[in-house]
Structures are given as structure tokens and as C-alpha cells.
Design a protein around this ligand. Structure first.
Ligand code: ADP
Ligand code: XUL
Length: 557
């Protein structure tokens, strides 16, 4: 029988090109982390003048973009930083990565020529400076395409019909509506674009020195792919923009090889010329890999710039709420996901306003306030929210004499709560909302367990609130960055699949030795007491009633 083990003395490199930073993780052939690096966009590349990695356009409501060249410059910078680790890049057998989902990059006509002839003596920035027909990439935080969303849904026979084919109804941040907006508002730019990449396939393209395919998992976040066929949907393409298929190129499974590493990286950073570049994918799909999510019923919660909650399933049933994506490590499976735009940046906002800009003070407030917060309920939307679709605004309510079983006595409150109660109202609000939507979306209640990841999963007080609200144990992995870890693991997986000449179950790589790898999970917070969990269920019911009335009064769609 052929040997499908990883070659000893080799490394696997994974990136995460996310909203606020570019991160890298290197695994050895025992799947242990041997190096990691990070370039924070605001502080590491201050000349782009981003705030949280993005520009919020004051002149167009909901328009949020990032400078494409910042991502390019970050790549040279992180490789220079990693070179200082003294690890031998020649031993890296494969590279892969994650991109923040949905964001799009527009390559100008003629740019494939630039991409295929990168000179190792010059920086990527110098050479790609004029390669894009749009210099500011729309990203997942953008909400400026409501008109395009409704038009695409209409042309596809309705929101439900579009969801059944592409896994989601039309969402403002999804790539299809973003492309349609470019075509509708800047037809000349659209014409002058030879290739449209998403963040993941864009970064893979630089690594192979050629346009890389879009992988099935991240491709599911475009409102353009038929998730069951894993092929472009002709109907959705036609509803979006003319001549789109040739600008998007091909789709490929996440485990496929995109190409060999380009000479630029061999000569400049001493990669081996046989190093494989495995298809990049979205950050959330790669977290499915990094968290070794392979049991239906396990729930993952990612607390990065966005908060997301996801599960794997064999049986997709897309509807009007949430998303279904192809699973990046199961050739036939799916992942289901809910996304909240008001994640870490909103927590930071409340921390800065109420807790002296300190997580320690924030945590102290969380610990000193009682669960259920004396009936105080808060809705905090620093940015237009995705779920529920509500505009910017903070709303506060109190259920007087709330003991956990009565819902009478609701009052809207004009002023802010006192700072400790404000902190608790934010955290309970975010996770009650998540529990309510996840239950509606088919999550078992309580879930078997939760695995948490993302920047805020380093905060044990937040994890402990999650455990009390969901009523199950919360686990974490070694580092709160499952997207770059998952990308490194997928680099190894893609390397093995390539050797075999077809798909191999990813669990074959670690099942018998998980505890000895950097992928093992540790228990970080114990399930809350069950009486409290049911009181939270009552509180959650009230919250959803209020949320529904806010959506009726203020909602966008
Ligand atoms: P992304 O990958 O989307 O760029 P990350 O997963 O790197 O984001 O998470 C970054 C966020 O993590 C920051 O915005 C910060 O608010 C949050 N964070 C980091 N440490 C803590 C902490 N101790 N408590 C709460 N949030 C934290
Ligand atoms: C997922 C989404 C966000 C981004 C953030 O649909 O919009 O989680 O992937 O990186």
C-alpha cells in the first residue's frame, strides 16, 4: 500500500489575509507549530492610513473598502519577518492560506503579464502598483449594494430560489452584488478588468505567478456558484454582469494544487522550486479545518473582527437566513454559518467608552455583574448589522423585576446603563442573539460542545459567558488563529491529496495522534448551571421579540 504520510523534516506554511492583519503559521510534519508571524495593517503599514484595516467612506453610506496594495505589501513584509526565524524555507513542501471572505480584487487588462514575470530583485509593491483597475477592494464589511441584491434576487426568481442554488440569498457583502455594483456604476472599469479574484484566490495568484482558480468553499460566498454542482450558476452569472464567467476563471476543490511556487519566491526567499501552492480558501472555511471540526453537532464560534458561528453538515438546506458553503476538507460535505458584523470592533467600542480602554477592566465588570443583568437588554450596532439587518444604533431595554421566568414589565431606556451593566448587556446581547439564531438555524440545543477561536477567544471571561448562555463546555485551540493554522493544515492535506492523485479524508492525517499536535483542543470554560441556561432561554425569547420589532421599525430588508 502506498505511504500517505507527510515527509519527515518538511514544513507546511499557512497564511490568513484577514481584515486587520496578515498572519502566518508554520507546521512541521508532526503538525506542531514551529513558527508564526503577524503584520498588523494599521500599525505595521501606517502609510495606508487604515483604521482596523479598512476605509469607511464618509461620502457613500455603507461603502467599506481596503487598499489592495496594502495586502500586497504585507506579503513581502511577513516573508521578510519570517525569514528572520532562521527556518529553512527550502523545507516548506506546501503553502496555502485564508482570505477574509467575499472581498474582491480587479486585475486590469494585461496584468497577467506582470504577474507571470515578477522580478525577485524588486518588491511586489513596486511591480503590482499599476496592476489593478480598482485600487480599493470592496470587503465583507461593505453594505452599499442593497439595490444590486434585490435586482439579482428578482432576476433569479426570488431570494429563496437564489439561496437554494447558491447557498445564500443575496447579501450586500457577497462578491456577486459587489461585482454588479462595479458593472452598474463604473462600466468602463468593468470592461478594463481581465480577472476578478476574491481575497483568497488573489493571494494564491501572487504565489503561483498566474491567475489562481477560486476554490469551492470560498466560491460559495459569492452568490454565483451552484453549491450542489460546485460549478458557476449560469442564472446567477447572467443576473450579475455580462461576460462574467471568463473574468472569474475556473473553480477548483480546496484540496487541489493551484500551481508550483513562482520563481520570485524561490529566488527572493529561497523556497524550494517544487514547493506546491494549495488552493487558498476563506477564513471561516479554513477554521473548519483548523478546529478539526468533523463531527456534526460540534459548534464553532469565531470571535474575530466579525463573529461567526458554524457547523458542518452532510445535508444542506439553505434558507433565507444564514449561509451554506462547501466544506473545504470534505469533498462532498457542507458547512453552515451565521455572521455578525458587530463582533470585536463593537466590543472594543464599549470597552473604550465604559471600561477605560482595558480588557482587564472590561472583564472585571463582567465578573462583578450578575447573569441576566437585572433584566437589562442591549442591542449594540456600531456598523450596519447583517443578522438582524439593522442600521447603526444602540438600543437599551429593561425588564423590571426580571427573575428568569416572567417577561412582564418591559421598558425602553433612553440613557446608557452604568458601565459594568453596559459591558454585561453587550456580551449577553451578542451571545443570546447568536444562540437564538443558531437554534432557529438547526443548532442542537444545547450543542455537544463549542470550540471558540479568533482574537477574542483569548478572553476567558467572554468564554465563560458563552458557556453559561449556550449551556455547554467551551474549548479552544492552542492559538486563537484557527484560520492560518487551518490553512497550514490544508497545505499538508493538499500535498498528500496531490501525492495520492485524489481526495483523502483529512482526519487520516491526525486521527490517531491529535493530542500530540497543535490541533488539540483544551477545555476553557465549563457549561453553566442548567437552571440558568433555561432562564437565559426566557430572556432570549424576549430579546427576539424586541429584535423583531426593531427590524419592523428600522430594518433594511
Ligand atoms: P481578524 O482575523 O478578523 O482580523 P482577529 O481574529 O485577529 O481578527 O481578532 C482581532 C480582534 O481580537 C481585535 O479587534 C480585538 O478586539 C480582539 N481581541 C484581542 N484580544 C482580546 C481580548 N483579550 N479580549 C477581547 N477581545 C480581544
Ligand atoms: C463571512 C464574513 C466574515 C469575513 C471576515 O461571511 O463576512 O466572517 O470572512 O473575515
Amino acid at each position: 500500500m502506498a505511504d500517505f504520510s507527510l515527509p519527515q523534516d518538511s514544513y507546511f506554511l499557512g497564511f490568513d489575509s484577514s481584515t486587520q492583519s496578515l498572519k502566518a503559521t508554520i507546521l512541521d510534519s508532526n503538525l506542531n507549530i514551529v513558527a508564526s508571524e503577524l503584520v498588523h495593517f494599521d500599525s505595521g503599514l501606517p502609510h495606508y492610513k487604515t483604521k482596523d484595516g479598512v476605509y469607511r467612506d464618509p461620502s457613500e453610506s455603507g461603502r467599506i473598502v481596503s487598499p489592495t496594495l496594502m495586502w500586497v505589501e504585507a506579503l513581502d513584509l511577513i516573508l521578510e519577518k519570517l525569514s528572520k526565524s532562521k527556518l529553512d524555507f527550502g523545507k516548506i513542501a506546501a503553502v496555502s492560506g485564508s482570505g477574509q471572505q467575499h472581498g474582491s480584487v480587479y486585475w486590469k487588462n494585461g496584468s497577467s503579464q506582470i504577474l507571470s514575470s515578477l522580478d525577485p530583485k524588486k518588491s511586489l509593491l513596486d511591480q503590482l502598483e499599476s496592476a489593478f483597475s480598482i485600487n480599493e477592494s470592496p470587503i465583507w464589511m461593505d453594505s452599499s449594494t442593497t439595490v444590486q441584491c434585490r435586482e439579482i434576487e428578482k432576476a433569479c426568481g426570488g431570494a429563496m430560489e437564489l439561496a437554494q442554488v447558491t447557498g445564500s440569498r443575496a447579501y450586500e457583502r457577497f462578491t456577486g452584488p459587489q461585482i454588479k455594483k462595479v458593472f452598474d456604476t463604473q462600466p468602463e472599469v468593468y470592461k478594463n478588468t481581465e480577472r476578478i479574484s476574491i481575497v483568497s484566490s488573489f493571494m494564491a495568484s501572487i504565489f503561483i505567478g498566474d491567475y489562481a482558480a477560486i476554490d469551492h468553499s470560498d466560491g460559495s460566498g459569492m452568490n454565483l456558484m451552484d453549491i450542489k454542482e460546485r460549478a458557476w450558476s449560469k442564472l446567477a452569472l447572467e443576473a450579475t454582469a455580462p461576460g462574467l464567467e471568463s473574468k472569474l476563471g475556473k473553480l477548483a476543490p480546496a484540496y487541489a494544487v493551484a500551481g508550483n511556487i513562482a520563481p520570485y519566491f524561490v529566488e527572493r526567499y529561497h523556497f524550494n522550486k517544487n514547493c506546491l501552492v494549495v488552493q487558498w480558501s476563506g477564513d471561516n472555511p479554513n477554521s473548519v479545518a483548523g478546529l478539526t471540526l468533523n463531527v456534526p453537532g460540534d459548534l464553532a464560534i469565531s470571535l474575530g473582527t466579525s463573529d461567526t458561528v458554524f457547523m458542518i453538515t452532510k445535508d444542506p438546506n439553505p434558507g433565507l437566513e444564514g449561509h451554506v458553503f462547501a466544506n473545504p476538507v470534505d469533498a462532498e460535505g457542507y458547512m453552515t454559518m451565521l455572521v455578525y458584523k458587530n463582533g470585536s470592533l463593537t466590543r472594543e467600542d464599549v470597552r473604550n467608552h465604559c471600561a477605560e480602554k482595558s480588557w482587564d477592566v472590561f472583564n472585571k465588570f463582567l465578573q462583578q455583574t450578575p447573569p441576566l443583568n437585572g433584566g437589562r437588554l442591549g442591542f449594540y450596532y456600531k456598523d450596519h448589522e447583517i443578522l438582524p439587518p439593522l442600521p447603526v444604533g444602540y438600543h437599551r431595554y429593561v425588564i423590571e423585576n426580571f427573575s428568569g421566568d416572567s417577561l412582564d414589565g418591559l421598558k425602553e431606556q433612553e440613557e446608557e446603563f452604568d458601565p459594568p451593566s453596559e459591558v454585561r448587556a453587550l456580551i449577553e446581547g451578542q451571545f443570546l442573539s447568536m444562540r437564538a439564531h443558531a437554534e432557529r438555524f438547526g443548532m442542537p440545543s444545547p450543542p455537544k460542545r463549542i470550540i471558540a477561536t479568533g482574537g477574542a477567544s483569548a478572553n476567558e471571561s467572554i468564554l465563560s459567558s458563552i458557556a453559561s448562555i449556550f449551556g455547554c463546555d467551551v474549548y479552544t485551540v492552542q492559538r486563537p488563529d484557527s484560520a492560518s493554522l487551518g490553512a497550514a493544515l490544508r497545505a499538508a492535506h493538499g500535498w498528500l491529496c496531490n501525492k495520492k492523485g485524489g481526495f483523502l479524508p483529512i482526519s487520516d492525517m491526525y486521527m490517531d495522534k491529535l493530542e500530540k499536535t497543535s490541533l488539540s483542543c483544551k477545555l476553557s470554560a465549563n457549561a453553566g448551571d442548567q437552571e440558568l441556561v433555561s432562564k437565559y432561554a426566557t430572556f432570549m425569547k424576549k430579546r427576539i421579540e424586541i429584535e423583531n420589532s426593531l427590524v419592523q421599525k428600522l430594518g433594511r430588508c
